[in-house]
Design a protein around this ligand. Structure first.
Ligand code: NAP
Length: 306
């Protein structure tokens, strides 16, 4: 625990990587700690059509790798570790990982969110055996097969459209009779001959022992149940914030971290950025913007506490 960083960024998605870039450009001694893959949720999508400038050849993975490289070139250090405990109240913040303990004057929390389970019977048992939460990772397994997508938000519709490049047919199962997704996405999905919709329905159970064979659906209006034969089922019913680590220290609402416009939390020297924040729009562009603001606010904090 020898080094004291100006800032430690917890989480290597677009918010964390952007914070890394801005912090390092301000000549802050910066460490970014990520437990798994850089890029976070962004790496689970191939379609980034609403990120300015990402017209062609720009997947979530390629954009994230460019962001990581850019932050590194300006001097951000990277560590692969899972943080298990934080002590945030003192002037020196302590972050304990499975491998090491780290110290910094400021912390930027950018831990993001994780896919939510739909809650049907057999969901966990058949996870990875036909039930998936990542189209980019698993689409290829379902080439020329029939699949279902659960959900009606941006993720479900973006990924349903993407999955038509692989699957024979995609059935979107939504619990209401109207989609939540952006209108432009809806128009694309409705015009796609490979996609159809089952409305007002929920998935009650996944059928199959070793591998997914079908779904039991329940119509929420009539109460009737039916079976849908599918080879794959992609679940996109939202995300849960990864904030448990900060409970009891950082102020939250519904498990999302509350910040002001400068990404400041209730704890001096602790900032939050990206999907972990309570906010209106959770996208790569807003995550990147949060990261830039958080790093700048952290720099100001250090300047004012000399
Ligand atoms: P979301 O907007 O929260 O939508 C979740 C969808 O799943 C809703 O349609 C919801 O139904 C449904 N749902 C929730 N729980 C369910 C359950 N247990 N069973 C069945 N259906 C359930 O989540 P998201 O689509 O993952 O998007 C998350 C955030 O990322 C949003 O801010 C979104 O704008 C952003 N995002 C943007 C893009 C893009 O711009 N291209 C792509 C992906 C994500 P109801 O509609 O009835 O509530």
């Amino acid at each position: 625990m020898s080094q004291i960083y100006d800032t430690i960024i917890i989480g290597g998605g677009p918010a964390g990587l952007s914070a890394g870039l801005y912090a390092a450009r301000s000549r802050m001694k910066t460490l970014l700690i990520e437990r798994a893959k850089y890029g976070g949720q962004a790496t689970t999508t191939d379609e980034l059509e609403n990120y300015p400038g990402s017209i062609e050849d720009c997947t979530g993975t390629t954009l994230s790798e460019r962001m990581r490289k850019q932050a590194e070139e300006f001097g951000t250090e990277f560590a692969k570790d899972e943080i298990v405990e934080v002590e945030l109240s003192g002037d020196l913040k302590v972050v304990k990982g499975r491998k090491e303990t780290y110290q910094a004057k400021t912390i930027i929390v950018a831990t993001g969110a994780t896919p939510r389970l739909s809650g049907f019977k057999n969901e966990l048992e058949l996870r990875g055996k036909g039930v998936s939460y990542c189209a980019t990772c698993d689409a290829d397994f379902f080439t020329d097969l029939d699949i279902a997508v659960i959900g009606g938000g941006d993720s479900a519709i973006t990924e349903a459209i993407y999955l038509t490049k692989f699957a024979e047919h995609v059935t979107v199962i939504h619990r209401r009779d109207a989609l939540r997704a952006a209108k432009s996405l809806q128009e694309k999905a409705f015009a796609n001959p490979k996609i159809d919709f089952i409305w007002n329905s929920t998935v009650e159970e996944a059928l199959g022992d070793e591998i997914l064979e079908g779904l039991v659906l329940k119509n929420r209006e009539t109460g009737e149940t039916s079976e849908l034969k599918v080879d794959g089922c992609f679940v996109f019913v939202g995300y849960d914030p990864i904030s448990k680590l900060f409970e009891g220290q950082i102020e939250m609402e519904n498990q999302y971290i509350v910040t002001d416009d400068d990404m400041k939390t209730n704890i001096p020297g602790v900032f939050a950025a990206g999907d972990i924040r309570k906010k209106l729009l959770r996208q790569v562009i807003t995550a990147a913007a949060d990261g830039a603001i958080a790093a700048t606010a952290a720099e100001h904090y250090i300047e004012n506490h000399k």
